[in-house]
Design a protein. Structure first.
Length: 163
């Protein structure tokens, strides 16, 4: 009887604790969307105040915009932390002679670095925007870069994207 009571007590503690991360994850994704919306609204407010010549209000709106951007970054970090498994990929194996060097926008990759084996096809899973026509998301080390497939130039880069 004692074992039965202990098992029931343990189950009553474990089951609600297991349900909390899923609710927190949904809340975190919603918070990221809401923070992004707040940033867009604040940007519009700053632009409106500058157009009107109301620089005091523009200064106040700019401070609010900075706070909204900071909150968006924090929410995004929390989301990534809660979904670590999504951003953990197998070890990156680059082309022959590969040595990782950080890249920036404008860097030109050799074609072997943006071949089909390095494409990130499920960009929606990683909450990346859809690539433009003629562009692809490509994994480079633990980074992800949007590459122009004709020229090999990096258009956008997210350093340290994968764990």
């Amino acid at each position: 009887m004692r074992k039965f009571i202990m098992a029931a007590l343990a189950a009553s503690v474990i089951i609600p604790a297991a349900a909390v991360p899923t609710m927190a994850s949904a809340q975190s994704a919603r918070e990221v969307r809401e923070s992004a919306r707040d940033v867009r609204q604040s940007e519009r407010r700053v632009d409106r105040d500058v157009r009107r010549g109301d620089y005091r209000a523009a200064d106040k709106s700019q401070r609010q915009l900075n706070r909204d951007r900071r909150e968006l970054r924090e929410d995004w970090r929390d989301y990534r932390q809660a979904h670590r498994g999504d951003y953990r990929r197998p070890a990156y194996v680059g082309p022959r002679g590969y040595h990782y060097r950080p890249v920036a926008v404008g860097h030109r990759f050799q074609p072997s670095y943006y071949g089909s084996r390095y494409w990130v096809n499920d960009y929606g899973r990683y909450r990346l925007p859809a690539p433009r026509a003629g562009h692809r998301w490509v994994r480079y080390g633990n980074d992800v870069a949007m590459v122009n497939m004709r020229s090999g130039r990096v258009v956008t880069i997210h350093n340290g994207f994968f764990w």
